[in-house]
Design a binder for this molecule. Structure first.
Ligand code: NDP
Length: 327
C-alpha cells in the first residue's frame, strides 16, 4: 500500500526533494511500523534536504524526528495503538525518516510518548527541544544552580535557543539571550529572557580571557562565538556546546579551562543512550510550560518543507516548526 512521503533524490551533482507516493515495502528494516502524525524541522533537516552530507544514500525520506501511533509491531515492547516518538539515530541519515505518513524503525529507536504531550507538542519540542534539555541537564551535572549567576543562550531565536530560554527561566535561572534579530526581543522576553544582547559582540576573534560574565551557557553557534563565551565564563562555570550555526571550528585557548576551571560539556542528541533520552523527555514533561511551547510553534505541511528548510539554513526561522504529514 502506498502513502505520501517527501523524498530527496540525488540527480548528478544536485539534489531534488518532492512529494511522492511511496510503497511500505520500500521503507527499510525495522520491527515497528508507525502511522506518523507529526514531524518537525530542525537545522539538520535543512542541511539534509539541501544535500549537505547528512543523508548517506538516496533516494531517502528526510526528517530526523517523528511522532505517531504504532500500526504494527513484531516487538513485545510495543503494540498497535501505542503513541511513540523517535529522535535522531539513523533517521534521514541511513534510514528513511519522519517526512512521510508511515515510518518503520527498530523498536530501540522509539520511546513512549510522555502522557503530558500530544504528538504535535512532542514534535514542537523535537530534536531541537530535546537537545536543549540535554544542555540544561549538562549544566546541572556540572553543578550549576540559579544562584550562581546569568546563563547565556546563543542562537536565541532558533529551535534549541528558544526552548533553552524557556526551560532555564522556568527553572529560576536569569537568562541572557544572544541574537542577531533584535526585532524579536518581545518574543524572547515572553519566553523568559531577562536581557537581550547583540550576537555581533561574540562573532569575531577575541581574547583568551575576558571579564567573567556568565555562570554558564547553552551554545548552538560554535566557532568564535563559543570561544568568546568560554573566555567570559565565570570561575567553575559550565558551557554546553551543541551546535555550529556560525561554524564547526573552535578558535579558542585552554585559558578558561586551566585558569578558571571552566567545563565545556559536549552534547550529542543523535546517539544518546535510551536512559538519557527517557530522562530528558521526562524532564521536558515536568519543566516546559505548555504556553511557552505554544508561542514557539509555526505549522507547515510536507510540501512546505523544502522552502522552510532553505530558510532555516539562512537563520530566518524563529522557534520551532511542526510538520503535519497528513496535510
Ligand atoms: P536554528 O536554525 O533554529 O537556530 C540557529 C540560530 O543560530 C538562528 O536562529 C540564529 O539565531 C543563530 N545563528 C544563525 N546563523 C548564525 C551565525 N552565522 N552566527 C551566529 N548565530 C547564528 O537551528 P536549531 O536550533 O535547530 O539548531 C541549532 C544548532 O544546533 C545547529 O547547528 C544544529 O545543527 C545544532 N544541533 C545539534 C544537535 C546535537 O545533537 N548536538 C541537535 C540539535 C541541533 P538568532 O537569529 O537569534 O541570532
Amino acid at each position: 500500500m502506498s502513502f505520501k512521503a517527501l523524498v530527496t533524490e540525488k540527480i548528478g551533482d544536485s539534489f531534488a526533494t518532492s512529494l511522492k507516493d511511496f510503497e511500505a515495502a520500500d521503507l527499510g528494516v525495522g520491527d515497528v511500523t508507525v502511522a506518523v502524525e507529526w514531524s518537525t524541522l530542525n537545522y539538520k533537516d535543512g542541511l539534509a534536504i539541501a544535500g549537505k552530507r547528512i543523508m548517506q544514500s538516496y533516494p531517502m525520506i528526510g526528517g530526523v524526528d517523528f511522532a505517531g501511533t504504532v500500526e504494527a509491531s513484531d516487538n513485545a515492547a510495543y503494540k498497535p495503538g501505542d503513541k511513540v516518538i523517535a529522535n535522531g539515530w539513523g533517521l534521514s541519515q541511513t534510514h528513511n525518516g519522519g517526512y512521510a505518513q508511515k515510518a518503520r524503525v527498530p523498536a530501540e529507536w522509539l520511546i513512549p510518548l510522555p502522557s503530558a504531550f500530544t504528538t504535535r507538542e512532542a514534535m514542537a519540542i523535537g530534536t531541537a527541544g530535546y537537545t536543549a534539555m540535554l544542555c540544561v541537564m549538562a549544566l546541572e551535572h556540572g553543578g550549576l544552580s540559579p544562584d550562581r549567576g546569568d546563563i547565556l543562550v546563543t542562537g536565541a531565536n532558533g529551535g534549541v535557543g528558544s526552548i533553552a530560554i524557556s526551560l532555564l527561566s522556568a527553572l529560576g535561572y536569569r537568562v541572557t539571550a544572544s541574537t542577531g534579530r533584535p526585532a524579536e526581543a518581545d518574543y524572547l522576553r515572553n519566553l523568559g529572557a531577562a536581557e537581550i544582547v547583540d550576537r555581533a559582540q561574540f562573532s569575531a576573534a577575541g581574547k583568551p580571557l575576558g571579564s567573567e560574565r556568565w555562570a554558564g551557557a547553552v551554545d548552538s553557534v560554535g566557532s568564535h562565538t563559543l570561544a568568546n563565551v568560554l573566555a567570559q565564563t565565570k570561575y567553575r562555570g559550565v558551557v554546553a556546546a551543541c551546535g555550529l550555526a556560525q561554524g564547526i571550528d573552535l578558535p579558542a585557548s585552554v585559558a578558561p579551562f586551566i585558569l578558571r576551571n571552566v567545563t565545556l560539556a559536549g552534547i550529542d542528541s543523535v546517539n544518546a543512550p535510551r536512559d538519557v533520552r527517557v530522562e530528558a523527555w521526562a524532564r521536558l514533561a515536568r519543566d516546559l510550560k505548555p504556553a511557552k511551547l505554544a508561542a514557539t510553534i509555526t505549522e507547515i505541511g510536507l510540501a512546505d518543507v523544502p522552502r522552510v528548510g532553505g530558510a532555516i539554513l539562512k537563520g530566518e526561522v524563529r522557534g520551532r516548526t511542526v510538520v503535519n504529514v497528513n496535510a
